[in-house]
Design a protein around this ligand. Structure first.
Ligand SMILES: Nc1ncnc2c1ncn2[C@@H]1O[C@H](COP(=O)(O)OP(=O)(O)OP(=O)(O)O)[C@@H](O)[C@H]1O
Ligand SMILES: [Mg+2]
Length: 411
């Protein structure tokens, strides 16, 4: 059995900024701030602590992310590691298929689910508390649905914990928990400076951002709400796209290559030229994908018979993917292609399908570089948060290439 008092002492000495997270009993606990402050680690530990400390309750902790595919590499692995660090692995029954970790002692469990796994969510009963990781990925209606699930009397505090970075001051989370808060809200802000476990190198990386990407620095280092200032796209709405909205529209597809450090990003997009609307319907975004894996993913989406326009700097990859039976061509690029792509996209209303969470992160961060001398915004984008966005530029290239007098008809 772990020594819970020792853990309390550990929090007091190593993570004093997070003590209120353990003491507070509000229904809504908003743990927000900069990147790398220790939010996820502390909340995972808090849930485990509660499970062990409140052993008279058969806890059902629901651990949520917007999309299921992001669970395994984030919250699942984190909780598994912490259980192991606490020397409790043999006390838990871990079922990766069901996404549950059951404490053999009293049957209490952690249940992991993406909000897109509707059937699974429906079957879950008797939830005693909820943790939503990267909560800005959720739409307000997602949160409201979850909120209704946490009901009943279990002899313990019922709490919904949201962990998040303050990506945009326009976000509904700011509205309902900060500006005009609903009842029962507790908020705690931390930054990497509150994290005793962060190394000097990370501090240096953050510090460098002050110059290279001040907008990023403001949100992820200082933990301040992101403003629209300097943001390239302010014309994006994320919501569920109904398939009947797409009927009769021209569809295009784009692919940006990455591997170790960057993800490969693919999108399928529909264009309504008359009403100036772009619907980004589907896609994938993942590191470490081989050309074979990219081909399979495009086939899984049943989009291999439609033309994909890809980053032309990787002709070898394009050939390899083509050899797998996927229709694909290199983007034309050329002078000013980035800016004319941005001009084109800025002119449209962009509607982003709800499950493409990484895409929204890019839209919320893709920004104009600041001139270091004058401190003014330039017309050059910062080369960051642009994988999905580049793939969208390639996808729509025939529309803006036309403007530049380039290839007219690429299909
Ligand atoms: N209690 C802890 N014990 C050991 N290491 C920790 C602890 N808390 C945080 N860390 C270290 O600090 C790093 C950042 O912590 P964490 O991922 O929890 O930050 P975060 O605030 O959730 O960041 P983000 O906003 O990017 O999601 C972790 O990768 C881990 O190495
Ligand atoms: Mg985190």
């Amino acid at each position: 059995m772990v020594d819970l008092q020792k853990f309390q002492k550990h929090v007091k000495s190593k993570s004093p900024a997070f003590i209120p997270v353990f003491k507070n009993k509000s229904r809504y606990q908003i743990v927000w701030g900069g990147a790398g402050s220790g939010k996820s680690h502390i909340i995972a530990r808090k849930l485990l602590y509660r499970m062990l400390n409140e052993s008279h309750v058969k806890h059902n902790f629901l651990i949520i992310r917007k999309v299921d595919r992001t669970i395994k590499k984030s919250v699942w692995t984190l909780m598994k590691n912490i259980i192991s660090i606490w020397g409790l692995t043999s006390q838990f029954h871990m079922n990766q298929t069901d996404r549950t970790m059951i404490w053999k002692e009293n049957g209490a469990q952690f249940m992991f689910s993406g909000l897109d796994d509707v059937e699974k969510l429906k079957s879950i009963e008797g939830v005693t508390s909820i943790w939503v990781e990267e909560a800005t990925e959720l739409l307000q209606e997602d949160f409201e649905q979850l909120d209704l699930r946490l009901r009943g009397e279990f002899g313990c505090v019922k709490q919904i914990i949201l962990t998040l970075n303050p990506i945009s001051e326009q976000h509904w989370i700011k509205r309902i928990f900060f500006d005009d808060p609903i009842q029962g809200v507790f908020t705690l802000k931390t930054t990497y400076l509150d994290n005793a476990f962060i190394d000097d190198e990370y501090k240096m990386v953050m510090d460098n951002k002050k110059k290279s990407n001040p907008r990023y620095y403001n949100i992820y280092a200082l933990g301040n709400w992101g403003t629209a200032e300097g943001l390239i796209f302010n014309n994006v709405e994320q919501r569920l796209i109904r398939q009947d909205e797409l009927t009769g529209l021209d569809s295009v597809q784009g692919l940006d290559f990455g591997y170790t450090n960057d993800p490969s990003a693919f999108n399928q997009t529909f264009i309504d030229v008359k009403n100036k609307k772009i619907f980004i319907n589907d896609g994938f975004y993942e590191k470490g994908l081989s050309n074979n894996a990219i081909s399979s993913k495009i086939k899984d989406l049943e989009l291999h018979r439609h033309m994909t326009t890809a980053d032309s700097s990787e002709p070898k990859s394009i050939d390899a993917i083509k050899a797998k039976g996927v229709r694909i061509q290199g983007a034309q690029k050329g002078k000013d292609s980035i800016n004319s792509g941005i001009d084109f996209l800025s002119d449209y209303e962009i509607i982003l399908n709800a499950h493409l969470v990484e895409f929204m992160t890019e839209f919320n961060n893709y920004s104009w570089a600041i001139d270091k001398k004058t401190n003014k915004t330039t017309n050059k984008p910062v080369d960051d948060f642009n994988h999905f966005i580049d793939s969208l530029r390639y996808a729509t290239e025939k529309y803006h290439a036309k403007r530049r007098g380039g290839r007219l008809n690429i299909d």
